[in-house]
Write a protein that binds this ligand. Structure first.
Ligand code: 9Z3
Length: 316
C-alpha cells in the first residue's frame, strides 16, 4: 500500500528539518524563552511572542548577496511597548538591527548631537530638547528592564527565523492559552535550498542572472496545529493591491484556522488596518485628529487583540 500523503503541517516540519540550517544558539534560546514564559505564566501574566522585521534569504552560501523582505520593524517595536503597557510580558523576536522598543523613538537622531562633554570629560550632559520625552521614555524602559518583562531574541536569515519561531512555540507551550503569537515579521515566500545554492559569489562574467527559488513552507500550519494548539495566534497579511486584501486575509484564516489576521496595505499601513476574525472584521483607522496627537495605530491594534485574547482565554 502506498504511504499516506503527509499533512501540510507534517510536510512543513519535514522541510524545516531538512532544508533550513539550524542556528547555533537555538537550544540556549529555547531554554531562555521557556524560563521566561514559565516565570511570567506562574505570576498570572500573559506572554506575547512578537515577530518583527524582514527575513534575509541568501543567494550564495558564502553570502555576498541576499533577498530581503521589506519591514522597518516599527510595527513590531511599537506594538511591544503597547503590549507591555497592557500588562503582557514580551518575547521580541526581531531582525538584527531593525527598530527596537523605546530606542525606535530616537532612530532618526544622531545620539552624539544630543550630548556634550563637560570640561575634563568627567561627565557627559544630555540636551533633552534633542531627545523628545527622553526622561519619561527612559523611566518606562528601565521599569520594564528591572521587572524582566522584555526578552529580545534576534534573527537575520529566514532559517534563523523559522527555527526560532518553532523554538518559541515549544517554549510557550507550557502556558497554554496565556500565550499570544503576533506575527508581524515580513517573511519571505521564496528561498534557495542549501543543496542548490552556489558556494561562492555569483560571477557577473557569466552573464545575466537567472535564479529559481522554492516556495517557503507555511509554518502557520504546524504552529496552529502542532506546536501551539492552545495559543491565541495572529498573523499579518500585507498586500500592495487593496482590492485583494480582504479576500487574501479570509483565505489565510480559512486555511490555517487561527484566531485573527491583521490585514494591511503597504502605503496606508500606518493609519488603517482591518482585524479579520472568523465571524467579524474590525476596521481600525486613525483620524486627522489622532495623527495630530501622535496616536499610533499599533495602540488600537494591541487594545483590540488584548481584549479578544482575554475573551479567548475565558472560553478555553
Ligand atoms: C506586516 O504586514 C506588517 O504590518 C508590516 C509592518 C511588515 C507591513 P513595518 O515593519 O511594516 O512597520 O515597516 N507583516 C506581515 C508581512 C508578511 O510577510 N505577511 C505574509 C503575507 O502577507 C504572511 S506571514 O503573505
Amino acid at each position: 500500500m502506498a504511504d499516506a500523503k503527509p499533512s501540510a503541517s507534517g510536510a512543513a516540519e519535514g522541510s524545516l528539518a531538512e532544508e533550513f540550517a539550524v542556528p547555533s544558539q537555538v537550544e540556549e534560546l529555547r531554554g531562555r524563552m521557556a524560563e521566561f514564559a514559565e516565570r511570567h505564566g506562574v505570576a498570572g501574566r500573559r506572554v506575547v511572542l512578537i515577530t518583527s522585521g524582514g527575513t534575509k534569504v541568501p543567494l550564495e552560501s558564502r553570502t555576498v548577496r541576499f533577498l530581503d523582505n521589506f519591514s522597518s520593524g516599527r510595527r513590531g517595536a511599537s506594538s511591544a511597548e503597547y503590549f507591555l503597557d497592557a500588562g503582557y510580558a514580551v518575547i521580541f523576536l526581531h531582525r538584527h538591527r531593525s527598530l527596537y522598543p523605546y530606542t525606535r523613538l530616537y532612530s532618526g537622531i544622531n545620539l552624539l548631537d544630543a550630548l556634550t562633554a563637560e570640561p575634563e570629560c568627567a561627565r557627559v550632559v544630555v540636551d533633552q530638547s534633542a531627545l523628545p520625552n527622553i526622561a519619561a521614555v527612559l523611566t518606562r524602559y528601565q521599569a520594564v528592564k528591572a521587572a524582566g518583562l522584555l526578552l529580545p531574541v534576534e534573527f537575520s536569515t529566514l532559517s534563523d527565523y523559522l527555527h526560532l519561531l518553532k523554538a518559541a512555540a515549544q517554549a510557550l507551550s507550557g502556558i497554554g492559552s496565556k500565550a499570544m503569537f503576533y506575527l508581524a515579521a515580513a517573511v519571505s515566500d521564496f528561498y534557495i535550498p542549501a543543496s542548490e545554492m552556489p558556494e561562492h559569489k555569483i560571477q557577473s562574467s557569466n552573464g545575466p542572472l537567472q535564479i529559481s527559488m522554492k516556495m517557503v513552507p507555511k509554518m502557520l500550519s504546524p504552529l496552529v496545529r502542532d506546536w501551539a494548539p492552545q495559543a491565541f495566534i495572529i498573523s499579518f497579511k500585507l498586500e500592495t493591491d487593496c482590492s485583494i486584501l480582504l479576500e487574501r486575509a479570509r483565505r489565510a484564516l480559512a486555511t490555517y484556522r487561527h484566531q485573527a489576521v491583521v490585514a494591511n496595505v503597504l502605503d496606508t499601513r500606518r493609519g488603517y488596518v482591518v482585524v479579520v476574525t472568523r465571524h467579524e472584521q474590525h476596521e481600525l483607522q486613525l483620524s486627522d485628529e489622532d495623527a495630530r496627537h501622535n496616536v499610533e495605530i499599533e495602540e488600537r491594534i494591541v487594545s483590540n487583540l488584548a481584549a479578544a485574547h482575554h475573551d479567548f482565554m475565558l472560553q478555553g
